[in-house]
Design a protein around this ligand. Sequence first.
Ligand code: ATP
Ligand code: MG
Length: 544
Amino acid sequence: MEATNFIENIINKDLESGKVKSVYTRFPPEPNGYLHIGHAKSLCINFGIKEKYNGKCNLRYDDTNPVKEEVEYVDAIREDIKWLGFVWDEERYASDYFEQFYEYAVMLIKKGLAYVCDLSAEEIREIRGTLTEPGKESPYRNRSVEENLRLFQEMREGKYADGEKVLRAKIDMASSNMNMRDPVMYRILRAEHHRTGDKWLIYPMYDFAHPLEDAIENITHSICTLEFEDHRPLYDWFVEHCEFENPPQQIEFARLEITNTVMSKRYLKRLVDQGLVDGWDDPRMPTLSGMRKRGYPPEAIKNFCQKVGVAKANSVVDHRLLEFCVRDYLNTNAPRAMMVEKPLKIIIDNWEEGRFETIEIPDYPQNEDSATHKVRFGKEIFIDRRDFSLNPPPKYHRLVVGGKIRLKGAYILEYASVDKDENGEVVAVHCNYIEDSRSGQKNSKIKVKSTVQWVNCEDALPCELYKYSSLFLEQEDADENWEERINPNSLEIVKDAVVEPFLADQEIGKSFQFMREAYYKLAGKGENGLKFYRIVELKDSFKL
Ligand code: ATP
Ligand code: MG
């Protein structure tokens, strides 16, 4: 199997050498928030390996910290992974293994490799040393095995207050790796766990629990992000001393970071809690549920992860690459339709009252054999207010006094006059159409600088537009001073737009390209007719 990145290289070697017979990965979210686009990268790697090597991949909830975890998050995570189209082999929970963890801890105590320590968290930190100085040993380090066994059991039984004692691994207080300086394995914590309730008063720490979870599930390659690189010796230490026969191997890769957004669940939760967005699935959020709601196709997210690739060095990816992928997918999957955001009535003086002509609009004009849908052309139509100007700025090529404009798929119009209200506002523009000027007809070659979208007044469906843009103002470093960078105008709601009748019976959730405007998703019915979310704008300067 051809390797496309360094992780696959490792896997290939392990398969060739016979170190592993088949490949087993896992995706291990902590249910303390919703998944974001960074998690999509990890999902693509872990499930991508499963698919490529015909292996297995578990969904494992790393639920060892009851204070921050909730069932709402467990359910949301499951939905998001399904939406991306990944199928896990088993759904597991770290909390399923609490009893086993306990027994492994007892085993380490019996081997003289773990001890109960009465120092407070602060005291432990104080004598831990620094990168250049060794730490000091805890005065409780040399407790007897019997005493440790008794104290650990009493910790479990609730004899001590939260924080009064911890269980620590007995490794090396002089290690150059700070993680190896007698790390804490268990803490006392009275908190309601979303699955085990109040059964447990002690909870394992990540560094102890995670390698054991992997080993218990026979995971072969435990893929995580770079910040765990320094924890790998500890990971290996626990697996070795707990005597697992087929030790899993931890491999680290660079986490995904994107410009112009924040990605950590901690920050995303703050946006939600402070009411700066409408929940975790707000279409402006970099969460998978936000992207789903906004109309980002899962295929585009997967293509994006593919393009970003898997590297060992951290880098920040331009957010416009993701938008590029969304646009790229929608270009061939979102039919064209006409929407007029700021309707201005055009009255065609030389068109008879009551006469209509049917025009076919191709769903995908880039395909010669594209399906089409029909619209009616009549005496009164809407164009966008921005496509007409009484006092045009330089280089304005749309409809002006004395000028001409072509209507998409229909005729060329020639300016005649305007109707104004008492305030001098233009309320309608009178034009004459040029006969035989539809595409392919004898007058179609008349030079006109622009072609605009339009909607027949009698058939126009009112609609609301939710025009989303970035939650953050343009910035180079993701996460840097992010609270000051919040874009005060990340949502603009337009209440009085119109669309062609083709949009009337479409499935909710479907995406469209509104010509000359943007890609929009049909989100449902609003107070003022159909409701559309803007997914992404049509153009960007970003080049691949
Ligand atoms: P956060 O810092 O956003 O809370 P986390 O790493 O704490 O993220 P977990 O729920 O522990 O989130 O993550 C589950 C898996 O997803 C882990 O294997 C983690 O390494 C991976 N992951 C999380 N964030 C990213 C990211 N930005 N890029 C790639 N992988 C990520
Ligand atoms: Mg985490």
